[in-house]
Each structure stands twice: as structure tokens, then as C-alpha cells.
Design a protein around this ligand. Structure first.
Ligand code: AQP
Length: 324
């Protein structure tokens, strides 16, 4: 089975990215052929500081490895370095109805958020994502819930292409974690945790202990006292319970019992302690990797070469099928 996934270098990697995507990647690489991409071309669809982009790409490379992706087992590479991604995007755009793109939730949300920059790239984002996935004849796409709709569209595009031009692409499947597929913002627990939001709203994978403590203690909860999972009435505390459960491997039910009558402040203090402890190895690994730029470059060059071989093979087939 081949696995493909990626993260945009739009900001700091947070625990939502980890629990929704990277944690699954680390497991999958033990049994499957995995390809993990830093999707820099996707990140150009929203405003970004040009001078920061390379730094952000480096941060993502470090985040993948520090969180457990093993470059000996998995391919890690930068999307813009394999030109077949953009080439296939154009070809797939000719079999993608405009209406399908306009109804995508992420497009609607981003168009609302960036009213002054509703560029065509924002609309075409899912076609680039389809190209990323289909180029590698992917079987499994481990992602968080917000990306499930894009994987569904990818399947539709592949089916449409195969029907029109003959069997070309594998039909991939999204893989969502059972819990943690949508970690919510600490500030607005009805919204997804997002790296382009206020840093108070997320716990960065490499946040310092003081920052973790400050953010968790300030996390929005309700005016009651009971530590109980109830996503509709108590989204804030439910989100914190999910995070606690996923980092401790203790069920939400058990945690509720453990903290019965203890109050929110006590629970938050314990959660902060847990996160500080669990994220410590990531911070340590990051420090090490930051000093090893040559090693990181080597991984990306190696990854690019390996990715290119597969991508070129698919492109050859696609062009033949389309009569080019
Ligand atoms: N809050 C989340 N909970 C669980 N999974 C999440 N993912 C993102 N946020 C959460 C998953 O992380 C992967 C990388 O996402 P992306 O960089 O492609 O962009 P995104 O999905 O739009 O993530 P962000 O953090 O919200 O980034 P920005 O702010 O740039 O839009 C995906 O698998 C995603 O599902």
C-alpha cells in the first residue's frame, strides 16, 4: 500500500496537525510505503511573508522528523521541487467541474477569511491536492477531518478521468483517526485549531513549557465546574478532554472519573503538565536538527529524487492517455 500526505508551511505545526495527521503517518510508515510532502505550492494561496517561506519549509521538515517520521523509511520532499505536481494540476483541471470547487467548505471559509485575496489558486487548491495524491498512485491518505472533503473530490476526479481516458489512476481512500480528527481552537472551541490563527488558539509542537501552561490555563471553557465530555454543551472542556486522552492514552471516561469534583483549574494544570512532558522529546529533537542543515538538505534532495521517479512515471501514462 502506498501512503501520501502533506502539510502546508503556513505557520507553526500544532498539536491538531500532529493528532490529526502526523501521528498516523508515524504508525503507517512501519508497514507501508510512505510519501510525506511539504506542500509549499498550496501555501501560496493565502498571503505570506516571502522572506519567511524557506524558514517555514525548514520548520516543517524538522517537525516531521522530530515527531517521528523516519527519513530512512519514508520519502520526505518539497512539493515545488517536483514540477509534475503543477503539470498534472492543469490536466486534471480540465476534467473538474467549476461547481465542485465552489462548493468546497475550505474554499468558502478561506474566501471569507481572506476577502481581499480570493485568488484562483484558492479555488483550484483541491485540484492541486488531487494531483499530489494521484501522481503517486496513492492507496491511503491520512488526514484530519477538514481535508476529508478534498480527498472525496480527488476520488471523484480520478474516477472521472479513468472513465473518460481509460484506467490511469488508483482510487485513494482517506484515513481519519478515530479520535483527534478535529482538534478545536483553545480560544474559540467551536472552530478548528488552525496554524494561521492567533497563537493563543493552538499549542505548537515546539512551544516552550511556559507558553503551554499559559495557553492551557487561558483556554476557553464554560461557566460550570463539571469535567464532562459534552461536545454540544461544553465544547471547550470536551476538546481539552480529547487532548488529554490522546496524549495520555487514557479513555475520556476514565479521565472524567479521575478528575470528578476537582474543578477546571486543577484539570488544566494537569493537562499542561502532561503536554509539557509529552512534547519535551519533540523540542529536544528540534534543537538537535536545527544545527544539522546539511542533513536536512540531504533528506529533501534524496526525497525529491525518489518522488520524481514515481511522479514522472505517472505523468508519462497520463499524457499518453490524453493524447499529448
Ligand atoms: N485542528 C485539527 N485537528 C486535526 N487535524 C488537523 N489538521 C489541521 N488542523 C487540524 C490536519 O493537519 C494536516 C495539515 O493541514 P494543512 O497544513 O494542509 O492545512 P489545514 O488542514 O488547513 O491546517 P491548518 O493548521 O488549519 O492550517 P491553515 O491555518 O494554514 O489552514 C491535514 O491533514 C489536516 O487535516
Amino acid at each position: 500500500m502506498r501512503v501520501f500526505s502533506g502539510i502546508q508551511p503556513t505557520g507553526e505545526t500544532h498539536i491538531g496537525n500532529y493528532l490529526g495527521a502526523i501521528k498516523q503517518w508515524v504508525k503507517l510508515q512501519e508497514k507501508h510505503e510512505c510519501i510525506f510532502c511539504i506542500v509549499d505550492l498550496h501555501s501560496l494561496t493565502v498571503p505570506y511573508p516571502v522572506g519567511e517561506l524557506q524558514k517555514r519549509i525548514k520548520e516543517k521538515t524538522i517537525a516531521y522528523i522530530a515527531a517521528g517520521v523516519d527519513p530512512k523509511k519514508s520519502i520526505i520532499f518539497v512539493q515545488s521541487q517536483v514540477k509534475e505536481h503543477t503539470e498534472l494540476t492543469w490536466l486534471l483541471s480540465t476534467v473538474t467541474p467549476l461547481g465542485d470547487l465552489q462548493r468546497m467548505t475550505q474554499y468558502k471559509e478561506k474566501a471569507e477569511k481572506y476577502k481581499k485575496n480570493i485568488n484562483a489558486g484558492l479555488l483550484n487548491y483541491p485540484i492541486l491536492m488531487a494531483a499530489d495524491i494521484l501522481l503517486y498512485q496513492t492507496d491511503i491518505v491520512p488526514v484530519g477531518k477538514d481535508q476529508a472533503q478534498h480527498v472525496e473530490l480527488t476520488r471523484e476526479i480520478a474516477r472521472r478521468f479513468n472513465k473518460k481516458f481509460g484506467e490511469t489512476f488508483k482510487i485513494p481512500k482517506a484515513l481519519l483517526p478515530k479520535a483527534g480528527a478535529k482538534i478545536m481552537s483553545l480560544v474559540k472551541p467551536n472552530k478548528k485549531m488552525s496554524k494561521t490563527d492567533n497563537p493563543q488558539s493552538y499549542i505548537g509542537l515546539f512551544d516552550a513549557p511556559e507558553a503551554i501552561k499559559r495557553k492551557i490555563m487561558a483556554a476557553q471553557t464554560d461557566s460550570e465546574k463539571e469535567i464532562k465530555y459534552d461536545i454540544s454543551q461544553k465544547p471547550g472542556i470536551s476538546n481539552l478532554l480529547t487532548i488529554y486522552s490522546l496524549f495520555s492514552d487514557i479513555s475520556v471516561k476514565k479521565i472524567e472519573k479521575q478528575f470528578k469534583d476537582k474543578g477546571y483549574q486543577f484539570f488544566k494544570e494537569k493537562l499542561a503538565q502532561l503536554l509539557i512532558e509529552k512534547l519535551e522529546p519533540f523540542r529536544r529533537k528540534k534543537k538537535e536538527l536545527e544545527l544539522r542543515s546539511g542533513y536536512l538538505e540531504k533528506i529533501l534532495t534524496e526525497g525529491r529524487k525518489r518522488a520524481q521517479i514515481i511522479a514522472q512515471e505517472t505523468m508519462k501514462k497520463v499524457k499518453q492517455k490524453m493524447g499529448l
